[in-house]
Design a protein around this ligand. Structure first.
Ligand code: SF4
Length: 324
């Protein structure tokens, strides 16, 4: 392990799904619903439903808006963006911070959301021929488009989360190449606050543990990622997708963030219940690590935010520091 503190962060969060209907059709996705032929927003989340979800999680400072996508030229694109903006405002009105992950956005769309969201996200996922096959029917998953999105977020100065989905057939070399591209973007724009290293888990009703050989391989990758990415970029591992008995090995290899935890729910991988932060904190403390809550925007990026958002996030960050 490089010389770093034994501090690991997580974000108390609540996930809202504006719509699970999506015009892409990624070959591995268990989240997507096929769009209604006349109205892709037929299943859109209503504000009362969103408000009820926020009230269910009063301690969640982060509101993760995780949305299926509407095609860029579709007539429903404007109402979809309006819904994302309304839900972002609702989060702020409830004293929370929205973090939107809704696929590629135009400059105008990203800028509008960036005025309300102190951080946003888009997975790079991966590169190479295997990913091209998985994304054959997913126009918004082209690598060039996603890299341009990361660059656009950098130009707009939006603190950003990206990541790789691991275990769908990509080679170790392709994983390294993807990390090198992210490192290059960070060197240019400095906005990449965290990179998620997400083991792929097949959709289904029952959880299946990662086998030891795959864990070993991913531990090697975590070490490589820590080496390739600049030290300020946090490395995130979803704790519900990784064997608990090997969590300390992942931290020793370079993981320093466990991401957003919304009770025991994971809307993308519903078979994999989240561990409780209290149980995680006990496990970490026994090995000399500290688990600490954070906001969706990590502290070093607070200064980049536009003034009203910055003041709000700074006040919330100070509140997190208060004991009890
Ligand atoms: S873009 Fe996301 S929601 Fe849509 S099909 Fe792909 S993985 Fe599923």
């Amino acid at each position: 392990m490089r010389g770093r503190s034994k501090l690991v962060t997580w974000s108390p969060s609540v996930t809202l799904v504006p719509t699970s209907s999506c015009f892409n059709h990624c070959g591995y996705c268990g989240f997507r619903q096929a769009p209604h032929p006349q109205n892709p927003l037929a299943d859109a989340l209503t504000e009362p439903e969103a408000q009820a979800s926020l009230e269910r999680r009063p301690g969640a400072q982060e509101v993760l808006l995780l949305s299926g996508e509407v095609a860029p030229q579709a007539p429903q694109r404007r109402p979809w963006l309006a819904l994302l903006l309304r839900l972002s405002r609702l989060a702020l009105a409830n004293g929370r911070l929205p973090h939107t992950n809704a696929g590629p956005l135009s400059l105008h769309e990203m800028a509008a959301l960036g005025r309300l969201n102190p951080s946003m996200g888009l997975m790079l996922e991966g590169l190479g021929p295997v990913w091209q096959r998985w994304h054959r029917q997913a126009p918004s998953k082209r690598l060039e488009l996603r890299l341009l999105q990361l660059e656009q977020a950098g130009r707009l100065g939006i603190p950003f989360t990206t990541g790789l989905l691991l275990g769908l057939g990509e080679s170790p070399r392709e994983r390294r190449q993807a990390l090198e591209l992210i490192a290059l973007l960070q060197a240019t724009w400095g906005h990449v606050q965290e990179v998620i290293l997400q083991p792929y888990r097949p959709p289904g009703l029952s959880p299946a543990e990662l086998d030891p050989a795959r864990c070993d391989e991913l531990l090697d990758l975590i070490g490589e990622a820590r080496h390739i990415l600049p030290p300020e970029v946090h490395l995130q591992l979803p704790p519900n997708l990784w064997p608990r008995q090997r969590l300390m090995e992942a931290l020793e290899a370079g993981i320093d963030d466990l991401g957003g935890i919304d009770g025991d729910r994971d809307v993308i991988n519903p078979a994999y219940a989240q561990p409780s932060p209290q149980a995680l904190a006990r496990q970490l403390a026994a090995a000399g690590w500290e688990l600490r809550p954070r906001l969706c925007v990590h502290r070093p990026w607070l200064d980049r935010l536009p003034s009203p958002l910055r003041q709000r996030a700074q006040a919330m960050a100070q509140q997190l520091d208060r004991p009890g």
